[in-house]
Design a protein around this ligand. Structure first.
Ligand code: PMV
Length: 310
């Protein structure tokens, strides 16, 4: 019998989390699928779902997986199909760590279903379908996760503007470390909102603007191979994010550990208050030393992403 297959990768926000909400630029990179990915198999059979959180009939799926149900239904509707499909989801992207796991599941599921019916799927249509499920999962998605988990190039992203791919010419290694704690994106976004509207609003607005400037500069550091400058910008961003109240004791401890083991820079990534942090290393050897130090400092998992300049 036939089978459809769909993949998606994870994502890392290099610069601009939170400030992107206020119209400032951001820089995000797809995390290579050789490291972590979501794979979805769609096959003929009873309409069932099998994933980390659930195994059973589509119709009995818990509320929590409503967004996944929407992706499947919208895809089948668009294809004019109402046949039953068994969907098997296998994901090594850690959930709720700011690495784009929910968007990746939606991307891979859509691709798997279209592949099953041997139908072409444009990137535009894919993003439309995933946006429906991300709206259910997160309320007001910026669209950055859907874009990044379905792309293979870094992007410069400003809310509401056409996206620009970035030419990645940086020769450095990115170390990603998971605090093991669930990220608190929604709460973190809301708490910055209160600061921005509060009595010190001018002070906090300046920090947001500064984060945007760092993201803008970082785009050039990536395409001009300037790892030292990027590292400094990451450190400045971490200080600003911390002053905005979205770091955490665990994230701070990992940042300190990375910097004391020769990282060029280190910061939280994504919503913060948990989730993951990133550190920039000159080369693979130094990156491995940093990863070991981070695990000793409490990281539950680490990944290396070797970027090769040209
Ligand atoms: O935690 P993540 O990976 O979903 O990233 C959130 C990024 C924010 O800028 C904090 C929020 C947003 O909607 O862009």
């Amino acid at each position: 019998s036939t089978q459809g297959i769909g993949y998606a990768n994870g994502k890392i926000i290099l610069m601009g989390e939170h400030s992107v909400v206020y119209g400032e630029p951001s820089v995000a990179i797809p995390f290579p699928a050789t490291q972590i990915k979501t794979t979805v198999q769609a096959a003929e059979g009873e309409t069932t779902i099998e994933c980390l959180f659930y195994k059973g009939l589509l119709n009995d799926m818990p509320e929590l997986l409503e967004s996944l149900k929407a992706v499947i239904q919208v895809s089948l509707d668009r294809l004019g199909q109402n046949e039953s499909l068994s969907i098997n989801i296998d994901s090594t992207i850690p959930a709720e760590r700011g690495m784009g796991s929910s968007a990746a599941v939606a991307v891979a599921t859509t691709r798997g279903i279209y592949d099953f019916y041997k139908q072409a799927l444009s990137h535009e249509e894919l993003l439309e379908i995933v946006d429906i499920s991300e709206k259910i999962a997160h309320g007001n998605p910026s669209g950055l996760d859907a874009l990044m988990t379905s792309s293979s190039t870094p992007y410069y992203y400003i809310k509401g503007q056409p996206v620009t791919p970035i030419e990645l010419r940086l020769a450095a290694v990115l170390v990603v470390a998971d605090t093991g704690k669930t990220g608190q994106t929604k709460e973190a976004v809301a708490s910055i909102g209160e600061k921005i509207r509060g009595k010190n609003k001018a002070l906090y607005q300046r920090k947001i603007t500064e984060l945007g400037r760092l993201a803008k500069d970082s785009k050039d550091y990536l395409s001009h191979n300037q790892p030292e400058q990027l590292g400094l910008a990451m450190n400045q961003a971490q200080n600003l994010l911390s002053e905005l109240g979205v770091s955490s004791l665990e994230l701070d401890a990992l940042v300190v550990s990375a910097l004391s083991h020769n990282a060029l820079g280190a910061k939280l990534t994504g919503g913060g208050r948990g989730g993951c942090m990133i550190a920039l290393a000159r080369n693979l050897n130094e990156a491995q030393e940093i990863a070991t130090a981070l695990e000793e400092a409490g990281a539950k998992a680490t990944w290396l992403y070797e970027m090769s300049g040209d």
